[in-house]
Design a protein around this ligand. Sequence first.
Ligand code: COA
Length: 391
Amino acid sequence: MAKAATRKKAKAKKAKTVEPKIYKGLAGVTVDTTSVSKVMPETNSLTYRGYAVQDLAANCKFEEVAYLLWHGELPTRSQLRKFEKDERSRRNISRAHIDVIRHFPRRAHPMDTIRTSVSYLGTTEIAWGGEPAGKDMDRAMNLLAKIPTMIATDYRFRKGLPRKAPRTDLSMSENFFHMCFGEVPPKEVIKAFDISLILYAEHSFNASTFTTRVITSSRSDIYSAVTGGIGSLKGPLHGGANEAVMHNLLEIRTPARAEKWLRDKQKNKELVMGFGHRVYKQGDSRVPTMRAALEDLAAWKGDTKWLEISDILQDIMINEKAIHPNLDFPAGPAYYLMGFDIDMYTPIFVMSRITGWAAHILEQNASNSLIRPLSAYGGRAQRKVKLISKR
Ligand code: COA
């Protein structure tokens, strides 16, 4: 009788303990509101501050989009002039910073060097005791202006070349080519590059942006947040995929080898980089615009091989698996045709995404709540320490 009562009691207690629902990878969880961008998987569309990305890519330059993300409105002519003048005046980095970059190991990945470079910039700009409030917009402009210089300086040193100082008479895209290659390519190439920067600029609560918001939520500074964001972006499931795509295309080499290569991947249950997305399941809103830019580049270069291989992979993945390409899929070969080394692709993503990260850092700071989720414990039950002599 007593036993039955105890069993009943234990059962009732068990029924009361509600197991928390686990949202692995935070999939499907809405953690906050944002007014920076809206991803609409149901219509395969994306807007920045209410403007469709395709519209922005067709009608604006990257600097206008950066202004839009930070200020909420597209700039007037005079606002843009002022914004560009400010950005151009900040492009130089200090002699000491150049020396830091000179001493990076030559074999280090440029994502590791840009991560360290941003962190170094923080040490020179933020004094012990922390960051006074209200400095984020100024710091964001510093990062926007200096990140391309840091990436290009590192690129030149890795190749054993002298650095090219930034020029103030060029747009951000033109100046980046000048600092990397010592020349500005034709306007078709600049336009395609600018489009890629616009498309990569912002994408709501993706892994790296969420990382910057988590770091900001502890009232840490923008350099710490961006350093963390770069670390997150580096991963092959996130920004690193654009590099992986081009490595794959080079491995495939010719359209004739594409189908067999893909079938082997599928047989081995390997991921095909540049395909799939956590949010878009019917196609990435940015792909058609980047694909058109890639087609223009291929025509300009007279090299359509990468497009042909891409089409074979894409047809099979969509028709047989219903898995669509993401932005990294056309961006990888586009950067290849522009002449960049493959390990530069994700750093280029950084020089664009700094705009989105900074917009989210500003938004997080304006309405902050420490981001601190809960976890369900799955380890050993509580136990007592046994003295070492008895273990
Ligand atoms: N290649 C092959 N299969 C893929 C795939 C890919 N690139 N992406 C998704 N799938 C498959 C998964 O294996 C899974 O199959 P299963 O149901 O048989 O297990 C199914 O599609 C659903 O995918 P899921 O893992 O739930 O998607 P996710 O939302 O967790 O992952 C990514 C999204 C982006 C991490 C994933 O698609 C991926 O790793 N893609 C390659 C890396 C990439 O291009 N990243 C850039 C993102 S912009």
